[in-house]
Design a binder for this molecule. Structure first.
Ligand code: SAH
Ligand code: SF4
Length: 371
């Protein structure tokens, strides 16, 4: 469902340094000009050729004539929250919108920020507890659109000059990244390029509902990023109910793929577990998780369900959430509870761009802004 008007070959934000160097050489310029251009685009986050003061005016004019930046076409809204989070609503050139949320990474180091990025407009996986899934799939995001979320957030932080910096990226926004490896893997290469954003691969986490072919690609792509699995169910039958994708990619096979995933020194797989009231939140469920994860270097992120009027679940009482996490900790599993951040800017997990029901190709859903 890619928009045919998106001519990604001309979008500079999508290109690796080597590709930019050869474009610039084709214009009769030396290779180092290409490296400068790459630096402006990826590291400095330039949004116009005029900003690129280290390049000659004539080169800038030639570039402006032939290429586009790609990426984000506009920032529709930007909301900051009292807890230090910021939520951006971005628009692309075809009018599609996605959100990214910037959050303080930890209470011990609030200056190091984590950015939650989207990888698709919508999602086709259809998990029953997820607003994005409920709204359906629109299109893949392109390489330039994916990286530009991080470029924008980094420049936003630099402009504020208050000591905060972009430290971690998590692919936990809209979409299933491992159904869009064609764009996500090149985006990972760009984000970790030492002449570009230079983010450490170990500080990037790709979260998946368990798409096995995509997981195999990620494991062998050569960028050693962290892995998060949205577990959410503890038996094949139970997980099938809330994550129908489990029929295609069974739970046992997913756990086996996690065992084989190449983790870099000391890294662990993060298992995300959304707690749904009276569905998957009993002590028996917690004990099953302990068994399932046996032998996998893991940590668990317990997420109390973020309710939405369109979803058929409730959030368990905080006490049950605490008890659930305690059973895991008693079994020596490193466990954290993700009490939602940025709730006052509606940035809760699974709710990104939830306010914007986007139009389906058949026009059956209209754009609607919820309060
Ligand atoms: N598609 C990928 C990444 C995006 S979803 C994946 O599923 O892993 C990011 C996380 O939000 C997932 O762990 C998902 O389980 C969680 N999530 C989705 N809907 C939620 C909701 N309503 N409340 C709490 N967490 C939710
Ligand atoms: Fe898609 Fe992830 Fe939501 Fe499932 S939880 S519908 S995979 S975004």
């Amino acid at each position: 469902m890619q928009n045919p008007n998106l001519t990604s070959a001309l979008r500079l934000r999508a290109l690796l340094e080597t590709e930019i160097v050869s474009l610039v050489e084709d214009l009769g310029e030396p290779a180092f000009r290409g490296r400068q251009l790459f630096h402006w685009i990826q590291k400095r986050g330039a949004r116009s050729f005029d900003e690129m003061t280290t390049l000659s005016k004539s080169l800038r004019a030639k570039l402006a004539d032939q290429f586009e930046f790609g990426g984000i076409a506009g920032v529709v809204s930007e909301k900051t929250s009292t807890d230090g989070s910021a939520k951006f609503l971005f628009e692309f050139c075809d009018g599609r919108k996605v959100e990214s949320v910037l959050m303080p990474g930890s209470t011990s180091d609030p200056l190091k920020m984590t950015l939650c990025v989207s990888s698709q407009v919508g999602c086709a996986v259809d998990c029953k507890f997820c607003v994005t899934g409920k709204n359906g799939f629109f299109r893949h995001m392109t390489v330039d659109e994916i990286v530009d979320q991080a470029i924008h957030a980094r420049r936003w932080l630099t402009d504020r000059d208050d000591g905060r910096s972009l430290r971690n990226i998590v692919f936990m926004g809209m979409g299933e990244p491992l159904l869009n490896t064609e764009n996500v893997i090149p985006a990972l290469r760009l984000m970790t390029d030492s002449n570009g954003m230079d983010l450490s691969p170990r500080r990037i986490t790709v979260s998946t509902s368990g798409i096995l072919p995509g997981l195999a690609e990620l494991a062998t792509c050569g960028v050693p990023v962290g892995l998060a699995i949205s577990l959410n169910g503890t038996t094949q039958a139970e997980r099938e109910e809330i994550m129908p994708i489990t029929k295609r990619y069974p739970l046992d096979d997913l756990l086996e793929a996690c065992r084989r995933f190449p983790l870099k020194g000391g890294a662990r797989v993060t298992f995300e577990y959304v707690l749904l009231d009276d569905v998957n939140d009993s002590p028996t469920h917690a004990r099953r998780i302990v068994k399932l994860l046996h032998g996998i270097p893991s940590k668990v992120n317990v997420i109390p369900f973020n309710p939405d009027p369109g979803l058929p679940y409730d959030r368990p009482p905080d006490k049950r959430v605490e008890q659930f996490a305690q059973i895991l900790r008693d079994a020596h599993l490193t466990t954290s509870i993700r009490w939602s951040k940025a709730l006052d800017v509606s940035g809760a997990c699974g709710q990104l761009a939830g306010q914007y029901r986007q139009k389906l190709p058949d026009g059956s859903r209209v754009m609607l802004e919820r309060e």
